[in-house]
Design a protein around this ligand. Structure first.
Ligand code: GAF
Length: 397
């Protein structure tokens, strides 16, 4: 059986109760921002390429209220090993800008500090808040982006910012910068973008060069998106991501291109003829072929050609496994165990890799069979989520 997904209203109610216990008053602001699953287009966002994620019904909720001082007091309902669940820090009073907040205290609060520093509206006052989430932490479903985006929306409510001159894209960029500066993760734009712009019953094709996007309906009752969490996370994640980014930049530099978005398979032959480092060649090959697969997958989705769409997903996994080398034995095993079941259209690792989740497109009537097959044969304790494309970040009234 798949996990039961807690509805947003219920999460908000729970968060408000915790707020009352922790701060002895009622919260008057409530917002949520979703995690995401990427259907196809992996490690292409920082190469100016295309990605196609969908927002999840798994969300981060923030409830809270302005306080009278300059302090921010935060409480998270998630228990982290060796990390305090409560933290307080002062907002520096530097006139028109908050330039920095000390990077001390629990790691989870860094995302919030980063967003406060990069917030594009007027300077926020002190506030108290509770963070409550149903996005598995560190599971590759963008728990961090959902926290950043929820924080941004919370600040908008706090300062009463209804200024539509600041676009969702600009807000997503501010949240991405927060992650770069305060979590030290040089991520692309996909996760923050989809968390703001997700739409019920739609996937989102994002052009990461032009920061434009289009919604593509994904609401056929005959197919479902099954997410399987391997519940493993290998240590490599932190160091390998920046290395991949650098290798892509190096390939583009040799090819005299702005980015790998501008390269094609002829360029791979050229790199080979130069005797370029074979790792650089295979990294570039993944990015070039993945961008092609993603634009093709978008066309297939528009035509409801789920068979071809699924094939492209599985090809994407093979390329991530062999050329980009960001998979791991657990993810490969989950993909193999899914694709051996009749009725599965395609399956792949999703997100940064080295652990986390796979995403499988499967005929609805076969979904339970896939879950059973994995449960019986996977050497580990997976968790399953059956998800429909869900709305982007919103205020809860
Ligand atoms: C992580 C990053 F945050 C994204 O920007 C993206 O690069 C992804 O890995 C890989 O596609 O989620």
């Amino acid at each position: 059986m798949a996990e039961k997904i807690v509805p947003v209203d219920q999460l908000v109610k729970e968060a408000k109760n915790v707020y009352k216990e922790q701060f002895g008053e009622e919260a008057d602001i409530a917002v949520f921002a979703p995690g995401r699953v990427n259907l196809i287009g992996e490690h292409t966002d920082y190469n100016d390429g295309f990605v196609m994620p969908m927002a999840l019904p798994l969300v981060t909720v923030i409830v809270g209220k302005r306080n009278v001082g300059q302090n921010v007091s935060l409480y998270t309902t998630t228990e982290f090993l060796k990390e305090a669940q409560k933290t307080t820090f002062e907002l520096p009073n530097e006139g028109a800008l908050i330039r920095a907040i000390a990077r001390v205290g629990p790691k989870w609060a860094m995302y919030i500090k980063g967003v406060i520093v990069n917030y594009l509206g007027s300077i926020p006052p002190g506030f108290n808040a509770v963070i409550h989430t149903s996005v598995p932490i560190g599971g590759g479903l963008s728990s961090s982006a959902s926290l950043e985006v929820a924080t941004y929306l919370f600040l908008d409510q706090l300062v009463g910012n209804t200024n539509e001159a600041i676009s969702l894209t600009q807000k997503a960029l501010a949240c991405q910068k927060a992650e770069h500066d305060y979590a030290g993760m040089p991520c692309g734009i996909m996760d923050q973008f989809i968390s703001f712009l997700g739409k019920k019953d739609n996937a989102l094709l994002i052009d990461c060069r032009h920061l434009t996007s289009s919604h593509i309906p994904l609401n056929d009752d005959n197919v479902v998106v099954l997410i399987t969490n391997s519940n493993v996370k290998h240590e490599l994640t932190g160091s390998e991501y920046p290395t991949r980014r650098k290798q892509c930049e190096e390939a583009a530099l040799i090819l005299k291109k702005v980015s790998l978005r501008d390269a094609n398979l002829e360029d791979i032959k050229y790199l080979q003829s130069l005797n370029a480092n074979p790792e650089i060649v295979t990294r570039a090959r993944h990015v070039i072929t993945e961008i092609q697969r993603t634009t093709e997958a978008a066309e297939m989705l528009k035509q409801s050609n789920f068979v071809k769409f699924g094939k492209l997903m599985t090809e994407s996994h093979i390329s991530l496994r062999d050329d980009y080398q960001v998979s791991c034995p657990e993810l490969d095993s989950l993909v193999d165990l899914a694709t051996e079941v009749e009725g599965v259209l395609g399956s792949r690792m999703t997100g940064g890799g080295f652990g986390g989740c796979t995403v499988t497109l499967v005929y609805s009537k076969s979904a339970e069979k896939v879950i059973q097959n994995i449960k019986n044969k996977y050497k580990g304790t997976p968790t399953f989520y059956l998800c429909k494309p869900s709305p982007g970040a919103s205020v809860v009234s």
